[in-house]
Ligand binder design. Structure first.
Ligand SMILES: Nc1ncnc2c1ncn2[C@@H]1O[C@H](COP(=O)(O)OP(=O)(O)OP(=O)(O)O)[C@@H](O)[C@H]1O
Length: 575
């Protein structure tokens, strides 16, 4: 957790002020019982009303000062802790934004969300305690012992007996409680995972009548978390009364033995009262330390989880010496590229070599899982190659800045993603400063105008979270418009026409042609009609190129392509 506290730098002044305020508060708390003893022993005993009033006023002043310091310290502690939470969330978010797809796969979405929200909240809450108690508890404890001894040294043995008993109880509790605290976050992760899957996949859950099964899965995760929380709370429920019992027995012992000493004439009543208060302060400060010992390990687990994210070595980083691409635009070259997903036995791509130049349309076709998406994901450098190299405009993509590389590319992913916001804002996502004319033109080319103007608010129509209020085909067209508005040098359409009907597909491709005539275009498609006019077709089979050429060339030379054509002709004949 200390590692995380390096981010507290902007709050150094606040923390210094908090420490000073808390020291003043502790000193005032420690001084009050001595003043009270003075009133009892000298004021009350001598029936000196002036003395009582004078000291009483002084006590009020000290108490008011202490309270003011406590309020200010709590206010500043909360402000610092909340600010710290904001900094942590920002750091995690920025780091996660830099993650490659490999790192996303490694962590998983659910845990990344819990780490950014729940774990940060843990740290935030514990920080408030730490800021106040780390100073107050030890200072009160040490100061309390010194002040108690000043009142009466002989009674100190009561504390010598009580404190080890208190520590034994605390020790037993911590031994049982800590492991439970530590697994708490993991169980919250699990709950988030199940909940997320259930909510995002609600249509499938309903369609397959799995509501009951999913409910059981959720209930299991919920019950698991509850079991753990109940166990933790039972321990806490036992601990608190046990501590109070020890404290009350200590008071009884002090009064008992104190009374004997008063009877002997070796102690005054005021000193006994002050001693009781100091003993309570000491035990309370130990109680605060226990709270810290309980809360800190749980926050420690959260801190480790946050540090894991922050300390992740990024797979894909910009090189120290960035090479600028040549003035050539849109040249893409694969040189003996092989790639394997982490942990996979077989490479997803092996020995891929080809080159394309601007103005050319390259289609990629192949069976499912043959490596088509993987191939285009390597151009955008979502992953790095295992061997070989990919050059864009003559420069290895690993030597370019990711920003410069991706600025060249208009990417339409296989799984369409839209963001909540208006249709215009979603298209503008491709070019921040796009004008309304550019947005309308991109929508027109993507054959989206008709449906956009069909909805009441037109371009201002709000897209729901995840794009659930538009159809699959409409989503694809908006996603195409978002890529087109970039006026990119390289376009990648990963199976982007699959949800379009035959007529819209044909119209879109016709409108697209002049628009991207000068660019380098990659189209991944399943249908021969989409690829057959391409300048070059790459046929992939189990991660390897089984043929490269035009439709005409491949029909005679590539067996896999021949089979795809035959299967689709057969389907057309059947239709
Ligand atoms: N994130 C991943 N982690 C591990 N393996 C993956 C990952 N993504 C894809 N693969 C594997 O890599 C291989 C190629 O996948 P890829 O998505 O490139 O195929 P594709 O040809 O685009 O398939 P489809 O036409 O079904 O989209 C497949 O065997 C797949 O299981």
């Amino acid at each position: 957790m200390l590692k995380l506290y390096r981010f507290l730098k902007p709050y150094t002044t606040y923390i210094a002020v908090i420490i000073i305020l808390l020291c003043v508060q502790v000193l005032s708390d420690l001084y009050l019982p001595t003043l009270m003893a003075d009133i009892v022993d000298n004021g009350l005993a001598n029936k000196d009303v002036d003395y009582i009033l004078h000291l009483g006023r002084f006590m009020l002043l000290i108490a008011a000062g202490g309270t003011l310091c406590a309020i200010l310290a709590t206010y500043l502690s909360s402000k610092t802790a909340v600010g710290f939470g904001i900094i942590l969330r920002e750091k995690i978010f920025t780091k996660v934004e830099e993650f490659s797809l490999h790192e996303f796969d490694k962590f998983g979405t659910a845990t990344l969300i819990t780490r950014t929200t729940n774990d940060v909240t843990q740290i935030q809450q514990v920080s408030v305690l730490i800021f106040s108690m780390m100073i107050t508890a030890p200072l009160t404890c040490i100061g309390g012992v010194i002040m108690a001894l000043q009142q009466d040294k002989e009674l100190a043995w009561v504390l010598v007996v009580t404190i080890p008993i208190l520590f034994t109880v605390i020790g037993i509790t911590l031994k049982r409680g800590l492991p439970l605290f530590k697994v708490m976050q993991k169980k919250i992760d699990k709950l988030n995972l199940v909940l997320r899957e259930k909510i995002t996949g609600i249509r499938v859950v309903r369609a397959f009548n799995r509501i009951e099964k999913e409910r059981v899965r959720f209930d299991d995760a919920n019950a698991d978390l509850m079991d753990n929380a109940v166990k933790v709370n039972i321990i806490m429920a036992v601990l608190m009364p046990a501590m109070m019992l020890i404290m009350n027995l200590t008071t009884v012992a002090i009064i008992w033995f104190g009374a004997i000493r008063i009877e002997d004439g070796t102690m005054q009543i005021g000193s006994l009262l002050a001693f009781i208060q100091y003993a309570t302060q000491i035990l309370f400060s130990l109680l605060m330390l226990v709270m810290l010992f309980i809360m800190v390990p749980r926050a420690q687990v959260s801190a480790v989880r946050i540090n894991e994210v922050l300390a992740t070595n990024l797979d894909i980083v910009d090189p120290e010496k960035i090479e600028l691409a040549s003035s050539e635009r849109g040249f893409v070259e694969f040189k003996k590229v092989s790639f394997r997903y982490p942990g996979a036995d077989q490479p997803a791509l092996s020995n891929i070599t080809f080159s394309v130049k601007p103005g050319e349309l390259t289609a990629i076709i192949g069976g499912t899982g043959s490596g088509k998406s993987t191939l285009v994901n390597l151009i955008t450098r979502f992953y790095d190659v295992e061997s070989g190299s990919i050059l864009v405009d003559g420069v290895d993509v690993r030597a370019m800045s990711q920003q410069a590389l991706r600025a060249k590319i208009g990417f339409v992913p296989q799984k369409t993603v839209l963001f909540s916001g208006t249709i215009a804002e979603n298209i503008k996502y491709g070019k921040e400063n796009a004008t309304m004319e550019e947005i309308e033109h991109a929508a027109h080319v993507a054959q989206a105008t008709e449906f956009i103007l069909g909805v009441e608010a037109g371009f201002d129509h709000e897209i729901a979270q995840g794009g659930t209020n538009v159809s699959g085909g409409q989503k694809q067209r908006l996603s195409i418009a978002r890529a087109l508005i970039r006026k990119a040098e390289i376009y990648i359409f990963d199976d982007s026409f699959s949800a379009l009907d035959f007529k819209t597909d044909a119209r879109l491709r016709a409108a697209l042609k002049p628009e991207i005539a000068d660019a380098t275009v990659f189209i991944i498609a399943q249908s021969i009609s989409t690829v057959k006019d391409a300048d070059r077709i790459i046929v992939l089979d189990a991660g390897q190129i089984s043929g490269i050429g035009t439709h005409k060339e491949l029909i005679d030379t590539c067996k896999v392509y021949g089979e795809i054509v035959a299967s689709q002709l057969y389907e057309e004949e059947l239709a």
